[in-house]
Design a protein around this ligand. Structure first.
Ligand code: ATP
Ligand code: MG
Length: 338
């Protein structure tokens, strides 16, 4: 039996280079050896986009197009839509009893996101609770591995706490703990130098960006404001161009030499940016072409089939969870409930 892997993305916009290095590449590598589930987290996205549902609706197929374009194969990975599996929300109800408000408020990723979204005192309850719904997504599929960026580590920690508490209180072993699978680049910086490239901040190079846009974005990247003349010594730390070369340029030795030369003085930003632009153009061209060849009807069919399969798995886990609590009043076994 293959181990299960699960991840998801909020359909809040097209996917970008941060997703590619933080999670998508691992998913492509893992799809042969894992029973892999990939979720369009539309319920989660609505926790902060509830006033703009159309944005989420429109982006579901966009994100699926990104998946296929980078090499996720729907024959090997099950792609599904969160909102179409109410069993996941039902699990969340039972897990909510196991998590204190204080525990949710201390989650560092959620704290940073609340500040970014300027919720102030009016944090939507659904938003604060989304890490609990993530625990439902992970445990519903008994995922052991979750290929994510480092912002997701607190979520996996909470999910494991819920698993341990549930199994202890209800004398069961039906829920499984999971572990994050981190890639080499656990957090890609934004093109503006901000800590994380993200859809919400619109500070990323998207997988669907045109060659011109990619070039413009590379040219606008933050380097070292003190590096005016080519001969000036430059700073490598915090230099976005080097951060992207580290993530996308395969020749590590060449990069070390370039860093040395830049720090000493004698290497211009234009040369460096042109190397990065060439690298990214080469990387993104086939992805963009594959993306453009896809049609919406096929994408919808892919996630329809994936959702059917995922639903039957989530239903089984929910049955086990309710059995452990003792509230399967009418369904004594799963076949009765079908
Ligand atoms: P939003 O701004 O709507 O939250 P996002 O860009 O943060 O969008 P998510 O859908 O929240 O993207 O994240 C999906 C996955 O991609 C997660 O596993 C997350 O860790 C990973 N990820 C997102 N941004 C980055 C990044 N800059 N570097 C590495 N991994 C990332
Ligand atoms: Mg995010």
């Amino acid at each position: 039996m293959k181990k299960v892997a699960l991840t998801g993305d909020r359909p809040t916009g097209n996917l970008h280079l941060g997703h590619l290095v933080g999670s998508l590449k691992s998913r492509v590598e893992m799809q042969n050896s894992f029973d892999q589930y990939i979720m369009l987290a539309d319920v989660q996205a609505l926790t902060d986009y509830f006033e703009k549902p159309q944005k989420i609706v429109d982006n579901v197929l966009e994100v699926i197009a990104d998946y296929l374009a980078v090499g996720i194969d729907p024959k090997l990975s099950t792609i599904f839509i969160q909102s179409q599996i109410p069993e996941l929300s039902e699990l969340t109800m039972y897990y909510m009893n196991l998590v204190s408000l204080g525990r949710l408020e201390r989650n560092p990723t959620v704290k940073a996101e609340i500040a970014l979204r300027k919720f102030g005192e009016s944090v939507p309850t659904g938003f604060l609770c989304y890490p609990i719904s993530q625990a439902s997504d992970i445990t519903a599929f008994k995922a052991e591995v979750v290929p994510v960026g480092e912002d997701q580590l607190p979520m996996i920690e909470l999910s494991n706490e819920i698993v341990r508490k549930f199994n202890r209180i209800y004398h069961t072993d039906c829920l499984k703990e999971s572990a994050a699978h981190l890639s080499k680049t656990t957090r890609l910086v934004g093109i503006d130098g901000k800590a994380k490239a993200s859809k919400s901040l619109n500070n990323a190079i998207f997988l669907s960006d045109s060659p011109d846009i990619i070039k413009q974005k590379v040219q606008a990247m933050y380097t070292d404001p003190g590096h005016v003349k080519i001969s000036d010594p430059g700073t490598v730390k915090g230099n976005v161009v080097f951060a992207y070369l580290d993530a996308f340029y395969d020749e590590e030795e060449e990069i070390s030499l370039l860093k040395k030369k830049y720090a000493q003085g004698g290497l211009g930003d234009t040369t460096l940016k042109s190397l990065l632009n060439d690298t990214l153009q080469k990387l993104l061209q086939p992805i963009r072409e594959k993306r453009e060849s896809l049609n919406k009807k096929d994408l919808l069919q892919i996630c329809f089939c994936g959702t059917q399969k995922a639903k039957s798995v989530a239903k089984k886990t929910l049955f086990e969870v309710k059995s452990a609590i003792g509230i399967n009043f009418f369904d004594k076994n799963l076949s009765d409930s079908n």
